[in-house]
Design a protein around this ligand. Sequence first.
Ligand code: ARG
Length: 467
Amino acid sequence: MQHDDPPGGAPAPKAWSGRFAEPFDRLTQRYTASVGFDRRLAEFDVQGSLAHARMLARCAILPAADLEAIERGMAQVLAEIREGRFDWSLEREDVHLNIEHRLTELVGDAGKRLHTARSRNDQVATDIRLWLRAEIDSLAVLLRAVRVRLLDMAEAHAATVMPGFTHLQVAQPVTFGHHLLAYFEMFTRDAGRLADCRKRVNRLPLGAAALAGTSFPIDRESVAAELGFDGVCENSLDAVSDRDFAVEFLAAGALAMAHVSRLAEELVLWMNPRFGFVEIADRFCTGSSIMPQKKNPDVPELMRGKAGRVYGALVTLLTLVKSQPLAYNKDNQEDKEPLFDAADTLADTFTILAELLGGVSARPERMRAALAEGFATATDLADYLVRRGVPFRDAHEIVARAVREAEIAGVDLADLPVARLREFSPRIDPDVYEVLTPEGSVASRRHTGGTAPAAVREAIARARARL
Ligand code: ARG
């Protein structure tokens, strides 16, 4: 991009400079320009302009010859942008004025007629919506890949037992497949939130012009149809000033990153040798420049950390819309960089998460060993006593005493002989060992949403049907 002032000269006249008595201040120019980042919207800007021009021609607001010139000129503009030959200029402020200027260079007066019945206010709102819609659609594909990967892993580990935790203390046995399905559910809701937000993104602001609509006999609905919008924004003041669709996107993205960060955190814990529940392929880890023995889980750590960027973008946009009087205000120009950064962060994170999951291998023997240390089947023993008529509160007390005894002896509940267990309650019989094993424990939880291998396989089948 050319940032430099023309040698010795005053800045070139602006598209709106007719009203002004002195040349634009250089710092003001740099401060107010957005072309450095809104160039990213160029393809959508052209798309929106073409749909607008065609509508103007259909409504006899623009001569057919002008439309033909605009279409020809825009084809060249697009080619120049795609081939990196487009001469972006800070003096022309933003993506819209840069493109219009070049178009006019190429086709003359027809280019100057393009902006009839339009303003940059409804133009930029349209561009962002077109861009964001495309982003949401590609994020949905990436997130789907993560969800498919989780289902595949869950299927492979439908019967692999591991400790379930509360307060990060061993609580009850669960299956690894069940644990992974919890993340599948989170990411499925995230996908649903993005899809829901898309409905509100997908409305056309064009036609609102600067704020009050236009005196030309336009046909907004046909522009909406051409651009694939579900309909038009109903109110012109709202159309140019609304950014809540972007806030919604960021809120959905922030939650998705929260979910990613939980999974990332668990991977970091699980790969720590003290847990040793999983191995993460070397290609996702890094070494230390000083400690030769180190293998660090950098990728999950970064995924955890990057949640902060998306949260930051959400807070930025919420702050941006707060207290803005109707209708358009230049504050809104600040919506783009956080949106771009958040969308890129989400795309990269979903992509690498799907890859990373492919490089995670479970260590079932370590999971099982951790279960043996945590008295994870204590609740199962209490439930067993309840089924034999002991009130739950009494059963709880009986099992607590048995756990204390086992702890002192340094063994698991299942290692205590039945004679010893009967000292705590005469209702205990040799069949108790069926519930004291992790496999017995998980198998007994086979209702919908439960952790039994059979329940997990059913959940996977339902999830695949939903996908
Ligand atoms: N670059 C501006 C933005 O991003 C385009 C709209 C400018 N409109 C205006 N009246 N200054 O919001």
